[in-house]
Design a protein. Sequence first.
Length: 700
Amino acid sequence: MFSIHMSQNAWHVQLLGPVHLRGPDGLEQRPERKLAACLAYLALEGATPRGKLVGLLWPDSPEHTARNNLSQMLRKLRLFANADLVTGGDLLTLSPDVQVDAARLRDHFAQGRADEILTQNAELLAGLRYDDCPDLDDWVTAERERHTEWRGLAVRAEIARLEGAGEYAAALVQARTLLDLDAVSEEAWRHVIRLHYLLGDRPAALRAYQKCKEVLWREFQTEPLAETVQLAREIERGTVPAPAPVKTSALPLAVLRPPHLIGREEEWARLDEAWERGQMIYVEGDPGVGKTRLVTDFAASKGVFIEFRGRPGDVHQPFTSSARNYRALAERAPNLDLEPWVWREVGRVLPEYAPPGEIVEPLSSGADLLRYRQAMLVFSRQAYRGIRTVIADDIQFYDHPSTRDGLYFFANMFAGPHDPENPAPRVIGTYRSGELMPEVMRDVEELVRQGVAVHIRLRPLGEDLLGALMDDLGVPTDPTLRQRLARYSGGSPLFLLEIVKHLIESGTFASGAASAVSLPITARVGEVISRRLARLSAPALQAARAASVLQSDFDVELVAEVLGAPLLDTAAAWEELEAAGIVRGHGFWHDLVYETVSRGIPASVRALLHRAAARTLERLDGHSARVARHWQEGGKLDLAGPAFLRAAREAEDRYQLAETAQFYASAASAFEALGRSDEATAARLAAERVQSQLLSVSVQ
């Protein structure tokens, strides 16, 4: 247990390990389990409504009984301490004179103080069970999992530090600790295998590899990953290199954004022709091939442009993409002169812009939907004044209603008399090959067939063009190195860029040994990005993980809420992520970075973050569909089912029939999995009812 420096009048609550309450005059008490949980919740969640606490602690009692129980419990605490350790009326909070070890541990994590975390391995509320309080039990379990993850991150950082310093014996101790935390972690097994070898004990390394194989087969009936097998082969050959101390180099501006667009002259010419003809433009390509760079450079050459980006997770939340885009437009043009009926319709997706005092009725018919779209068209024509080009990036992430909104906008912006002073903006959409929803793909193909739109497919760059890009990036002229970089990048500018970033950060270019490096250069950009992520501090990595779970419409404040970390500490972690090229503004630098972060989250941590996201968004009145997905991904189907029902009712109120049916069906699936057949049947019947209504509308 780490030491706590207390002021003369401070009370100390020990929540890690056996729970103790110690006062400044030698008073000591072992709080009963519900008082211990109450103190823990207030310490880690902050000020909490009294009603929330009584629901957690006495879920099966009538509210007046539960409130009386809480009052009596706090009264006994006050009499023992001769002080108000818990203060407030309807909103309860811990007194500033109370210091809590678990809160201090959280601060150590937020500050990246791995050494402090390593000194603490006791469980939160050790020995106490809350099976009779389901929501409280879930919260305690989540907090315990969070502490385990923090310790795992601290241990990983210590292993890297010790191994880089050549202290292999000490690193092996930490690797075994990591294995104790997760006995089926191949990462932990690889550390143990490698460190045994680096200590000169080749037989022990190979025995550890065999043990790893046995554990994986027993638990999952699977073989080790290729990376683990390759390590064992290298040990058998005796070729495992000792790690060199890591030195991080600052990334040049040319690497953060290459100064020239290389090898896209033909595509640029096609963009120019379509733009002059007023056609809509779709640019397709594989992840990392350079779609965004091409269209933003092109749009900039035509004057003022605005860029909207689809985000992972939007597809589950009707009108999310549209709402974000319209909000960006409204913020860009704050003095729009619109009639009240237009603002009333705008208020359907942007409630903050609804006329004061007016209640915006939900969409309930096709006529309502048409009026809404006409109003948004009036809004757009004013808001887009002065903008020459609109970029809709990553439309494969757009929710379907927003996609339909976009097509309606494009089809009607050019209708009516031509205004030479305010020409309609050109529209460019980008998407990943093979990832558009089938119905959206059919729309795109039909627009191209009619000549309304053009389609441009970006291909990987050839070796000569990659060479020109390497010139821009300042890659050494060593022909062997350049050939290998071109081959491993597979013609993807992003792959090449990420590999070069890693070589610069690791000091490999400066050492002059880049052409001889067999690793970490790899054809899999995910592995390269993973190695860059490994350089992050623990708080920065956790912030990136929380952002990837939130998927869309997140900011630093929301990430801090999900992590339960101080805002300023999370802001510092965010600055680190921005400097490392992981995030940009309120999104990830690239979708591949997002996907790599997401894939690297351990399953138990992922579930924990999804539940934390659901709780946070619920507290902030987030979209019910989004909350439901988080409960579902967090393994809490008992909470996901009701949330899907709320989402269905909200969608039905807005006349989003397809989404309504989908949400009812999701609720039914959740209830079926829980064995709640009556609720499942009711939700399934509601889904069928809406499907019938949707069919009748389409026939009409």
